[in-house]
Design a protein around this ligand. Structure first.
Ligand code: FES
Length: 554
């Protein structure tokens, strides 16, 4: 290898030899100025390309060495790997079953359809099963032949999340003489000295605390090798951060629509933008980050509300036009984004744009499922349009459970370190856990509530509206459920399947709450929330089976 040349490795992609730089995640390695189309959706076989870049959605699933549903945005190929696409024949770009998308413009009714005539029911069932599954079962050779035993751990203090806030919490605990156990989904670079560190956990879930005073919390986690960890803890700090939200519009699942995190993940180490002419949606700090990095590849900036001075300044440096107070009505393009249509809010003009991507950087949502699972009381925060914990300082309503950083509702990244330290102080304190929590009064409707009220009131437009990309549930199905008298998010979820896919509602539930709030004529908090059941992320049954039993009580 010559100086300055990155090492490459060879593997097979769709049964053909392929080379890419070593150490680069597959999705980034396959991005060449535009997001790669890696698979088709389960019901309509719509083309899908990476969206979230965080390993949480279903847009980049591939089959690796006979193992289905491997996330290409996080998987780093090894030499000799056999990588194939899923749900597409002959390829994700030209998939024959893509005809379903045209044949069923009104959607497939999998609840009431496919029942008559009776003699065809067996065939229907086969078709429905085929349309309802992710990938194919693993090759027999891909299953582990030797069961890997799980591990039983105990820690006085556990910190979940090793970002700015979690790290700061761990460091404060160490400074006070504790030895925290620090858990994270990703590698933890330069881990704090004095902490027990467990990176690469696929999932960690936290059922409500038990009556055991020494270790009231029990966390269950699975590591990257599929091994279960059962962790007893006396105090827990949750610092699981936030993520860039999705957004609903016509053809919003087209390749080229992606979050700011998704764009950053596809850029890889080379840093090249995964688009040439994007519509950047957002007027705050996330949008400023994207403009700073890739301003020359941004065609326009639009935002649901006002645009911050920092974004105005950066846009003017790059000669990028601004569209504040705008709705994205939809995108065009048969296989990937070719255009977008903006509508100025308040009945203003419509603006067509020629773009090859839509980058969503309009709001960040707290990564809150573990709080629901632990039984913490939550409240609707209209600003991001999401649930945040009811708290007194860093203390949640669950004694012993503190929150820090974006999960606590702090939108400002500079607040992460003090917030982590405050959560650690709360964990260390011997003072009684707060018994009273401030009850916020009724909140004024947030910006996104008005946004969806206007968007859903627009008539006409073309393209399918996918409300839940994991399960291919369309907006018309939600509307139909509402017309039939189903109300509340939990009931709508059960009836339509929205929010039941691999992302567990991360990219659709907030939007669904906002839309249902418009249709049902009540605040999102009254539309409710789904029952959040563990695990946070899908894990294999093998990993769950490896969770060790608790020792028998004496
Ligand atoms: S899981 Fe890979 S892009 Fe979302």
């Amino acid at each position: 290898m010559g100086p300055g040349r990155a090492a490459t490795l060879e593997y097979s992609l769709e049964r053909r030899p392929h080379r890419s730089p070593a150490g680069v995640p597959l999705a980034a390695a396959l991005t060449n100025g535009r997001p790669p189309i890696l698979q088709r959706s389960i019901r309509y076989h719509r083309p899908r390309a990476p969206f979230c870049g965080t390993g949480a959605c279903t847009n980049c699933l591939v089959r690796v060495n006979g193992v289905p549903n491997v996330r290409a945005c996080r998987y780093v190929p090894s030499p000799g790997d056999r990588i194939e696409s899923e749900n597409a024949w002959p390829s994700p770009r030209f998939d024959l079953l893509g005809v379903l998308d045209t044949l069923f413009p009104g959607g497939i009714d999998t609840v009431r359809g496919f029942r008559r005539p009776l003699f065809a029911r067996t065939l229907y069932q086969r078709v429905v099963r085929r349309l309802a599954a992710y990938g194919r079962i693993p090759d027999p050779s891909a299953s582990a032949s030797v069961p890997r035993p799980g591990e039983l751990l105990h820690a006085e203090h556990v910190v979940v999340g090793a970002g700015g806030a979690g790290r700061s919490a761990a460091e404060r605990l160490i400074a006070a003489g504790a030895r925290p156990l620090l858990l994270d989904r990703s590698a933890i670079p330069d881990p704090p000295v004095g902490a027990d560190v467990r990176p690469g956990l696929l999932a960690a879930f936290l059922p409500p605390p038990t009556g055991d005073a020494a270790a009231p919390f029990e966390l269950l986690a699975v590591d990257g090798d599929g091994r279960g960890l059962r962790i007893g803890a006396r105090r827990v700090v949750l610092a699981t951060g936030g993520f860039d939200a999705g957004l609903w519009f016509a053809n919003g699942d087209r390749p080229g629509v992606l979050t700011a995190e998704g764009a950053e993940a596809l850029a890889g180490d080379g840093g090249r933008a995964p688009f040439a002419r994007s519509l950047l949606f957002g007027g705050g700090s996330r949008a400023a980050t994207i403009l700073e990095r890739w301003g020359e590849s941004v065609e326009a900036v639009a935002a649901p509300g006002a645009i911050s001075p920092a974004v105005v300044r950066l846009a003017s440096e790059h000669g990028v036009p601004l569209y504040p107070r705008s709705l994205i009505r939809g995108v065009g393009g048969r296989r990937s984004v070719r255009s977008a249509v903006l509508v100025t809010r308040g009945g203003g003009p419509t603006t067509p744009l020629e773009v090859d991507a839509v980058v969503l950087a309009h709001r960040r949502l707290p990564n809150n499922p573990m709080l629901f699972q632990a039984g913490a009381r939550m409240r609707w925060d209209p600003a991001p349009g999401a649930y945040v914990p009811v708290r007194a300082g860093a203390a949640t309503t669950v004694p012993g459970l503190s929150v820090a950083g974006a999960l606590a509702g702090s939108a400002d990244p500079s607040g992460e370190v003090p917030s982590g330290a405050e959560a650690a102080e709360r964990s260390l304190s011997s003072a009684p856990w707060p018994a009273a929590f401030p009850e916020p009064g009724p909140a004024a409707p947030g910006e996104m509530e008005g946004y969806y009220r206007e968007l859903l009131g627009l008539s006409g437009g073309t393209g399918r509206w996918i409300a839940c990309a994991c399960e291919d549930v369309g907006l018309p199905e939600l509307k139909d459920a509402h017309r039939r008298g189903y109300s509340g998010i939990e009931v709508i979820k059960r009836y339509t399947g929205l929010g039941t896919g691999l992302c567990q509602g991360r990219y659709c539930l907030s939007e669904a709450l906002l839309a249902l709030s418009v249709w049902e004529g009540r605040p999102p908090s009254e539309v409710g929330y789904i029952t959040q059941r563990p695990p946070v992320m899908p894990v294999s049954l093998e990993a769950l089976a490896s969770l060790p039993e608790l020792p028998e009580a004496a």
